[in-house]
Ligand binder design. Structure first.
Ligand code: IDP
Ligand code: MG
Length: 181
């Protein structure tokens, strides 16, 4: 009975991981997903998402008349990157993130937020350690192939932004007992 007690006391966290457009274009989706999968975290949400074409075009920052949908998406991205929207590189970041399909994922497990950040590596791929996703697969901050939430609160917040209700699955992996005592 004790292991169950210990397991139930562990704080289960969620993190939002996203393969950015460069990762999708470069055919790195499988490699990136498999790193989290092999580590032993639980996948609870997965989809390919493409920013609607007119929104992507509008992201060249010209004023457009019918910007209702664009505004909603922009607000959404501003909310996603709310700590960065006053930075000088923010317009380029939006252009980058909307430039092609992204793979949206929700992963769950005790300690998943910090562990995923370690698997991803430093923001600047040249500083990222070999063995990390960015350390192995990228060369520039502006093309760093993957996003990972930086806190459990942001994990929940970002999953709520990128997934609709009903898109997430609650399930028990068959190997659960071989991953945690
Ligand atoms: P993180 O993705 O490692 O959490 P953040 O500081 O949250 O890094 O920045 C979010 C994203 O914004 C980065 O992953 C990168 O794509 C982009 N970014 C951050 N700093 C710069 C920069 O100085 N130039 C260009 N893009 C940047
Ligand atoms: Mg961040």
């Amino acid at each position: 009975f004790l292991p169950h007690l210990v397991a139930s006391m562990e704080q289960v966290e969620e993190t939002y991981i996203m393969v950015k457009p460069d990762g999708v274009q470069r055919g790195l989706v499988g490699d990136i997903i498999s790193r989290f999968e092999k580590k032993g975290f639980k996948l609870t949400g997965l989809k390919l998402f493409q920013c609607p074409k007119d929104l992507a075009e509008a992201c060249c920052w010209e004023f457009i008349d019918d910007f209702n949908l664009f505004n909603i998406y922009l607000q959404w991205l501003q909310e996603h990157y709310k700590d960065l929207n006053s930075k000088p590189f923010f317009p380029k970041l939006i252009e980058y993130i909307t430039s092609g399909p992204v793979v949206c994922m929700a992963w769950e497990g005790a300690g998943v937020v910090a562990s995923a950040r370690k698997l991803i590596g430093s923001t600047d791929p040249l500083q990222a350690e070999p063995g990390t996703i960015r350390g192995d697969l990228a060369v520039q901050t502006g093309r760093n192939v993957v996003h990972g939430s930086d806190s459990p609160e942001n994990g929940k917040r970002e999953i709520g932004l990128w997934f609709k209700e009903g898109e997430l699955c609650q399930w028990t992996p068959a190997q659960a007992q071989w991953l945690r005592e």
